[in-house]
Write a protein of this length. Structure first.
Length: 265
């Protein structure tokens, strides 16, 4: 059988401290095709970041395996770029230098200095940040920092882009703006994306499929919803689109009826 671009195969993850074992993920399997945009949604603490970290190679699965283009993932690598909720830019470097650092690391041998500069600028332009390229992180807004974080991730030309609530810390308007930008970039570059979100509208708007996780401990994939919406997608038109409304309702029902979050006593 042909293997998918990215395969998560029967992954379990538990964390052990002393005699206590916390079984976080149980039997997670997912096949992702090249160019797919997948959102992972589930209540707080169910193990979404843990799953993303396993794909990133930052955390080892207790059982099971992840394959990327047929190769086992067992360590971090530039073929999987991660963008976290809070930017992780180096404060003493400008926006340009933060992106250039990643470019130099990945393309030191394959691109000339001039090519690396052009490539860095291209990524900065993709996220509309050319005007602020010489500013340091402390001199730009949260949304701008996230844009540079995304540019830095894209600059590595990763096979998979891993987004861990990339817009979670932003105000609603900035968030809307960045979601549109990510959709545009996705249309242009056809990246394969795994994105964690808590935002149902964001998941429906951006994704080809939404992976809904059950509550932990031993969280599993409860359901996977295909989002039957043509691209390009326009948020204002979608508001009254029957498929959009139905997809949104499906995710909300999963989260708030079938797998309601019950705070531990
Ligand atoms: N390094 C670690 N050591 C021990 N336990 C951990 C570790 N990382 C995560 N956990 C535990 O695993 C569980 C899942 O955490 P995780 O951050 O993956 O959930 P999440 O779904 O991403 O949560 P949120 O939506 O709140 O960000 C939690 O109980 C957490 O305490």
């Amino acid at each position: 059988m042909a293997q998918s671009f990215l395969t998560i195969q029967q992954v379990d993850k538990s964390f052990t401290r002393g005699s206590m074992t916390n079984e976080v993920l149980k039997d997670i399997s997912l096949d992702v095709e090249q160019g797919e945009f997948i959102s992972i949604i589930g209540h707080s603490g169910c193990g979404k970041s843990t799953l993303l970290n396993i794909v990133a190679g930052l955390t080892r699965a207790t059982k099971g395996v992840v394959f990327l283009e047929g190769a086992v993932v067992d360590e971090p690598g530039p073929d999987r770029a991660v963008v976290f909720q809070n930017h992780s830019l180096l404060p003493w470097l400008t926006a340009y230098e933060n992106v250039a650092l990643a470019v130099d690391k990945v393309f030191a041998r394959t691109k000339s200095k001039a090519e690396r500069h052009d490539w860095t600028m291209r990524q900065i332009e993709l996220v509309n940040m050319a005007h602020a390229k010489d500013r340091r992180p402390s001199e730009i807004s949260g949304g701008m920092k996230q844009r540079i974080g995304i540019a830095r991730a894209l600059a590595m030309q990763p096979k998979v882009l891993l987004l861990d609530e990339p817009f979670g810390a932003l105000d609603a308007l900035t968030r809307t703006h960045l979601q549109d930008q990510v959709m545009q970039i996705q249309a242009e570059l056809n990246n394969t994306v795994l994105m964690i979100t808590h935002d149902v509208d964001e998941a429906v708007l951006l994704s080809d499929r939404i992976v809904m996780m059950t509550n932990g401990p031993s969280a599993r994939i409860g359901e996977i919803l295909e989002v039957p919406l043509e691209r390009p997608r326009k948020r204002l038109e979608l508001v009254s689109d029957r498929n959009y409304i139905a997809a949104r309702a499906e995710v909300l029902k999963f989260l708030y009826e079938r797998h309601r979050f019950v705070e531990a006593a």
